[in-house]
Design a protein around this ligand. Structure first.
Ligand code: ADP
Ligand code: MG
Length: 276
């Protein structure tokens, strides 16, 4: 039996409640597990991230933080459980009690609503800043015309303080500037969710603040943010919810102030002692 047939279609458990249609950016992660061979990278994760909230994920290297973010975008297919955004199954379509994996084109369409910002910026090196930003919205026809797409891109460049770099190429920008462009590029697709995977860990220390400031501004925008970062000051100031992961499990979660001031688990305390 092929691998695809072993896994799909999958029975949905537990039963799925109906929900209001006016929710936006609600992320539901239900009993999600993910294996790489025998290694369980995600171990029965259940989390609810409210629309417009900011969640910071902390945890040692290898604890599954990136795998969880990638699963939210269906860059990794989960083996058990499911993830929904505003009631839509990520990577799947529901038919009766079964989930059927979406086709590649449908997955790409679903990803439009979920922005992803990587540690290493991942700008297209051969495209100018403005071309980097307008490329995907043009392909997906997000705006009514090329002119409108350019106007939106310029206003996003204003938001991240880099309008004057519209015609520059990534190699001429600092890491902090490149990351701010990467954030503008993700926003140009009008996402309801933005995922950040250690967005400042490749930056020189003096450039970290300018990128965190952009993310902080976004926290007021109504977009649901999920940020993997070890920047504790940022977490304390901006996070509504903080999650601490070890070995693929969420060992602790709660509001950032409480978790940082009174970590309940020894592993959280050990980790915080190292990064604080
Ligand atoms: P983190 O982001 O917290 O450092 P990851 O999510 O990258 O952790 O990885 C979690 C675990 O899964 C690690 O043990 C890692 O080696 C393993 N892993 C991640 N991606 C793959 C992959 N594509 N193939 C095999 N193992 C992987
Ligand atoms: Mg990682």
């Amino acid at each position: 039996m092929s691998e695809a047939l072993e896994f799909y279609p999958r029975l949905i458990t537990p039963a799925t409640p109906l929900r209001a249609v006016n929710t936006s950016g609600l992320i539901e992660i239900s009993n999600v597990s993910k294996y790489f061979g025998k290694h369980k990278a995600l171990d029965d994760i259940t989390l609810t991230l409210k629309p417009g909230s900011v969640t910071v994920i902390l945890g040692p290297s290898g604890s599954g933080k990136s795998t969880l973010l990638r699963a939210i975008n269906h860059l990794e297919r989960v083996d058990e459980g499911f993830i929904r955004i505003d009631g839509d199954y990520i990577g799947y379509r529901q038919k009766g009690d079964n989930l059927y994996e979406l086709k590649e084109q449908e997955i790409l369409k679903q990803r439009i609503g979920v922005g992803y910002v990587f540690q290493n910026f991942n700008l297209f090196p051969h495209l100018s800043v403005i071309e980097n930003i307008i490329e995907a919205p043009l392909v997906h026809k997000i705006y009514s015309s090329r002119q409108q797409t350019i106007e939106v891109a310029l206003s996003l460049l204003d938001t991240v303080g880099l309008r004057h770099k519209a015609d520059a190429y990534p190699r001429h920008l600092s890491g902090g500037q490149q990351q701010r462009i990467a954030i503008a590029r993700a926003l140009a697709l009008k996402p309801k969710v933005m995922l950040f995977d250690e967005p400042t860990s490749a930056l020189d220390p003096e450039l970290v603040g300018e990128v965190l400031d952009v993310i902080k501004n976004l926290s007021q925008s109504g977009v649901t943010l999920v940020v993997v970062t070890h920047e504790i000051g940022f977490a304390r100031e901006v996070a509504d919810q903080m999650i601490f992961m070890v070995d693929g499990q969420v060992v602790e979660s709660g509001d950032a102030q409480t978790l940082l001031a009174h970590p309940r688990h020894q592993r959280t305390r050990n980790f915080l002692n190292k990064v604080l």
